[in-house]
Design a protein around this ligand. Sequence first.
Ligand code: PMT
Length: 411
Amino acid sequence: MRVALGVTGGVAAYKAAELVRRLQQEGLEVQVIMTRSAQQFIAPLTFAALTGQKVITEMFAADSGAPANVESAIEHIAVAQRIDALVIAPATANTLARLARGIADDFLTTLYLATTAPVIVAPAMNVNMWEHAATQENLRLLRERGARVVSPDEGYLACGMVGAGRLAGTEAIVQAVLEALGVSHDLERETVLVTAGPTCEDIDPVRYITNRSSGKMGYALAEAARRRGARVILVSGPTALEPPSGVELVSVRTTEQMHRAVLDRAAEATIVAMAAAVADYRPTVQHSKKLKRGSGPASLELEPTPDILAELARQKSDRILVGFAAETNDVAANARKKLASKGADLIVANDVTQKGAGFDVETNIVSIFTRDGREISLPQLPKFDVANRVFDEVLQLRQLSRSDSTVPRQR
Ligand code: PMT
């Protein structure tokens, strides 16, 4: 989702840099628009560096001596149509007045009139300006027209006075933006344990058995759960990925390490989602010295690894267990079998031979099989969207269990 962040000219303008970061952490793309007075307090370059996008500073390219940063005379209309929300922080008394009266004399105020996206304003100013009847009247008008106002905090103000007028905290503004966008924190009370990536089983000091998992599906689950407000523990095999911010990472390499890490932390989890591609077998013997090449064929004896998902399912608990099934044939039949044999509440099955699905790609094509007998087939989607659909089903299952204690569990 895209958010336009209008920065206007007040001492609190520097705080908008932190706001950009937080909005980005929520997965939002941020387009910054600065008024002329804002540029007296902070340079557009700061925001350009943070967002990786040009900052809009003028209505018309000719207005500035700087290189053109507005593509066309109707750029405000294009931006108005592209955005999902307009947030103005800090919003000065002057900007509030122009918005309330419909004065469109720069890019930001013109965008305000042109957009139908929700508008959030976070005022910041001197306490007397804040309390002035004109400012309060303008805020009333803006509220009446649907704008959300994140009221300023009280405290010491830059002007030396004490009172209301400090820009509200970044978290309060972020929450208002998320609410306006309809992004819910419906996993707020949950602790989600996610497994991701491959495991590696050593043959000797230089060779090991592994698989093609990149960790992308598991990391997408961790990120989606985090964004929906969950506490997230990510148990990950070796990957080249950056863990999503705000997630607790437990790095493991072998199936035995993943087994231990998951069992150690499972008591904390209310939801477990196992996207890791865990080795089903490991060499019976791990040689301490590199095996030498012989002249004839060689064979490797393998023993089964612990089935982590099945072991978790045997523990009596209300925790919801999501397993993944990487299949190459008879996807539905195999997924249903796994649902029963592993004792999971949901199995997310992917046919890893399909283009755009499975290992080391950005998208996945999955069918979700639930313990109450439903099957939901999804089209090709980015892994992050798949993750969100999985959590939608988890929440639905939880609701069903609460409202109907007779739902059969196939454990
Ligand atoms: O990481 P990516 O590149 O993004 O690829 C994503 C993926 C293809 C790895 C993922 O979508 C996926 O399908 N993960 C499960 C892979 C797998 O091991 O499937 P399985 O059918 O062998 O295992 C079924 C379930 O049991 C899985 O949840 C697995 O984590 C679990 N398992 C398996 C073996 C074992 N010893 N213990 C387990 O807990």
